[in-house]
Design a protein around this ligand. Structure first.
Ligand code: HMG
Ligand code: MG
Length: 313
């Protein structure tokens, strides 16, 4: 390694290109205790776009009391209007959220369901059935308005209250979200307990239930240091959409054992090494995460950010 990139040595059975769904500004920041100024969020997203990310989840139109950090969605979203050629999905739990997003011209939204009852209650104040009922008019109106809709599935591998989650339980909720009209599903390992065999078993289970791999993205939190291994297992299965968070920011305010997402830099380092195209400039991305770490007053947990920036522990 001489130029901030690994040597590229392709491996068999992997896709030529991966689309990174960057979640740092949403999943990453939603858990921050101190409110990050709107201008800092806007600069963060502009820098992520300058680094070559083309899907950047911007914010959430949720109840401001539930996620105070993202209460400035109305102020932030218009500040992103000048970013060309980048998709800026936003989270929307219900019709009220969709109305707010549509008012500002959002073109991509994500609903977020849980495969477990405990997390559905903690995160949405609903049962699984009630949350799907809440999403039904959102999906109908979003489709009518020509929006692209992602459906998140949380707790796909394990749940802090209910323990291990059977594949069949995930498959059942996945099918229902697709039937409601989601274009894509993101399989969330909210508390980071997945391991690679489990990832492959879930993807196989979904395929057997008629869910094609091209409709699936993966969303790994890195609690036990497994996110990158799990991603490789998903790539070997044919997945080409991977969620990650710049600098490894993140967590979920309603799931105590959730830490940050897979760091985008760690992901890009591996993909560069495998010769898989992402369009991301790793140097610029790392500089962005170092800058953001300065804004937050603590170092990035990403190993790649630390190695490339010689950031102090
Ligand atoms: P609720 O308390 O049941 O709300 O919360 P409600 O439907 O009873 O409404 C109560 C009041 O809230 C009403 O106002 C509504 O208008 C208002 P009132 O009539 O009393 O004046 N309200 C809203 N205001 C603004 N925007 C809205 C909205 N909705 C209702 N959208 C609710 C239900 C869904 C709103 C709440 O539970 C909520 O906002 N939850 C969001 C939780 C969240 O954002 N969690 C983090 C994202 S999920 C995640 O991180 C996991 C993921 O990364 C994948 C993974 O890792 O697994 C995606
Ligand atoms: Mg998450």
């Amino acid at each position: 390694m001489t130029n901030g990139l690994p040597m590229s040595v392709p491996a068999d059975g992997l896709p030529p290109r991966v689309r990174i769904h960057e979640v740092g500004a949403r999943d990453g920041l939603q858990n921050e205790k101190t409110v990050v100024p709107t201008e800092v969020k806007a600069e963060f997203i502009h820098r992520l776009a300058d680094a070559g990310l083309t899907t950047i989840e911007a914010t959430s139109f949720v109840h401001p009391k539930w996620v105070p950090q993202l209460a400035d969605a109305e102020q932030l979203f218009p500040q992103l209007a000048d970013i060309p050629g980048v998709d800026l999905p936003v989270l929307v739990p219900n019709s009220r959220g969709l109305d707010r997003a549509l008012e500002l011209g959002a073109r991509r939204i994500a609903v977020f369901g849980s495969v477990t009852e405990s997390f559905a209650k903690a995160n949405l104040n609903r049962t699984v059935d009630e949350s799907l009922a809440m999403f039904t008019p959102v999906l109908a109106a979003a489709r009518a308005a020509g929006l692209q809709v992602r459906g998140y599935l949380s707790m796909c591998f394990g749940d802090p209250w209910e323990g291990p989650v059977p594949v069949a339980q995930v498959v059942a909720v996945a099918r229902r979200l697709l039937d409601l009209g989601c274009d894509e599903l993101s399989l969330g390992d909210t508390i980071g307990v997945a391991t690679p065999g489990h990832v492959q078993a879930l993807l196989t289970g979904l395929n057997e239930a008629g869910v094609g791999t091209d409709a699936l993205g993966v969303h790994f939190h890195d609690t036990y240091g497994q996110a990158l291994s799990n991603t490789l297992a998903a790539l070997q299965h044919g997945v080409t959409t991977v969620d990650a968070s710049a600098g490894g920011l993140g967590g979920c305010p309603y799931a105590k054992s959730a830490t940050g997402n897979l760091a985008t830099e760690d992901l890009v380092w591996m993909l560069e090494g495998l010769g898989i195209e992402t369009g991301v400039d790793l140097g610029r991305l790392t500089a962005t995460s170092v800058w953001m770490a300065g804004q937050l007053g603590r170092p990035s947990p990403s190993r790649t950010v630390r190695a490339l920036s010689h950031q102090e522990q």
